[in-house]
Write a protein that binds this ligand. Structure first.
Ligand code: SAH
Length: 446
């Protein structure tokens, strides 16, 4: 039996869905972060259990043909787990993640090749930096993997380079005004998070500063320091509760309108701080294009857009359908959605606030029917009560947009056992260098 601390030589056989390389020592799987399939490596054993082992990569003896130079100077935030895998191999890996998830649920549908990016860098339009106390004063950065320590990542390769300037100014403000960092163990101190969002098509920037209490220390000094930066709006968000959630419920607008706008194709969207908006706008175009194609609208249909956020998909659907009903849990997002419909002069759409699994059964009981349904749930997938109602309602087509292949496969398998047939699966790479993959699937009434 191997012991912790021992050095092992092994060949890596595959990449797990957590992005770790896995090989075998005496038949026992050994998981090694950073090791790639096909590689001969040396690893130090860090954990020994009867059925599995963990190791730390010491040396790559024989590199994979798909290994590329590490583009990250920080390496510790845990964000870009597969960045040393060449981009085409990342897309192949994500394709396999989707194929495996579907197979595990007994689904045999063909999975189309993953639609990737031409230039998979600086793709994020949103950043969330934590602020925590250190011996040298407040630190701003991303959490180190598996910990609540911070890594300074001002020049993150998947974020916009503007953060280097912005964070330098914020550190200046923190130092000159003696702003304290939030201490999550004591629930004391002030500044908790810094969030930014950019409209890629408009160039508009939103800055949100999250504090524990209602006053923002050194507010006037802060606004003076930021005055020459291209910020469209600055918002103070108040988050008095303990816990990991980034944003609190209350916003105070410090400058601008408290929102930014962005454009996707021919439509404009207003986005407020608490609303969801896809983080990779270039690929959002690709994703929504596929969702729309899969919806196969002729202009006569009533369409439900469930989990609709600020109404982005709803408004694209509305241009090709008779009527669209959008449903979303977050009230601020629905307020944005209604503004967005007005702004784009689209009037065949209505929005409801609430849980899809509550509102859809109510609408169905009241006699509403959809010809086509689009769902885009969070990672946990659709609630069973919603799926049951969709099966009863039996729309002609159902388009499922998912950020989690496991829950997607679970829900698709159930729908296929209850009167639907799966006839299209298109993954889209919304999150280059990470383990995440977005999928659009099409079901038709069997
Ligand atoms: N389709 C939108 C949003 C997708 S993200 C877009 O492309 O931008 C998922 C959305 O579901 C989020 O806006 C979240 O607030 C919302 N949500 C989460 N649980 C929900 C539920 N049970 N019912 C309705 N909406 C929900």
């Amino acid at each position: 039996m191997p012991v912790a601390g021992a050095l092992c030589h092994l060949k890596i056989l595959e990449l797990t869905d957590k992005g770790d390389g896995v090989g075998r020592i005496d038949g026992i799987p050994l998981y090694v972060e950073g090791a790639l399939p096909g590689e001969e490596i040396e690893a130090e054993l860090t954990l020994v259990k009867p059925n599995y082992l963990h190791g730390r990569l010491q040396r790559v003896l024989e590199p994979s043909e798909h290994r590329v130079a590490d583009f990250c100077a920080h390496t510790d935030c845990g964000g870009c787990q597969v960045r040393t895998l060449a981009y085409p191999a990342q897309l192949e890996y994500k394709h396999q993640l989707v194929v495996k998830a579907l197979h595990q649920q007994g689904l045999q549908a063909e999975v189309l090749p993953v639609l990737g990016m031409e230039h998979p860098f600086a793709w994020r339009n949103k950043a969330q930096f934590a602020v925590r106390p250190t011996g040298n004063g407040p630190a701003i950065g991303f959490y180190r993997k598996h910990s609540h320590e911070l890594v300074a990542c001002d020049d993150c390769a998947v974020q916009d380079p503007f953060h280097e300037t912005l964070l330098a100014r914020l550190r200046q403000w923190i130092a000159s005004e003696g702003v304290s960092a939030y201490d999550e163990t004591q629930h004391s101190g002030e500044l908790r998070h810094v969030m930014t969002r950019k409209g890629f098509a408009t160039g508009e920037w939103m800055l949100v500063l999250v504090t524990r209490s209602e006053t923002l220390p050194g507010e006037a000094a802060l606004l003076a320091l930021l005055a020459d930066l291209p910020l469209t709006t600055v918002v103070h968000n108040i988050h008095p509760e303990p816990g990991n959630r980034v944003l609190g419920a209350t916003n105070r607008v410090l400058c601008g309108d408290g929102v930014i706008t962005d454009r996707l194709h021919d439509l404009e969207f207003v986005i407020s701080p608490l609303s969801f908006y896809q983080v990779n706008p270039r690929q959002t175009d690709v994703l929504y294009g596929k969702a729309l194609e899969f919806a196969g609208l002729t202009g006569d249909e009533t369409v439900f857009d469930l989990y609709c956020g600020i109404g982005t998909i709803s408004l694209f659907l509305a241009q090709q359908a008779a009527r669209v009903v959008g449903i979303e849990l977050v009230a601020e997002a629905i307020a944005d959605a209604r503004r967005n419909a007005e702004r784009n002069d689209i009037h065949n759409v209505e929005f409801h606030i609430g849980q899809a699994e509550v509102v859809v059964p109510e609408l169905y009981a009241a006699g509403e029917r959809a010809d086509v349904v689009v769902v885009d749930p969070p990672r946990k997938g659709c609630d069973a009560a919603l799926l049951r109602t969709l099966v009863e309602m039996a729309p002609q087509r159902l388009v499922y947009v998912s950020c989690n292949p496991q829950t997607l496969a679970r829900d698709l398998a159930w729908l296929c056992q209850h009167g639907f047939a799966l006839d299209g699966v298109q993954p889209v790479d919304m999150f280059p260098h990470t383990l995440h993959v977005e999928v659009v699937a099409r079901l038709r009434r069997a």
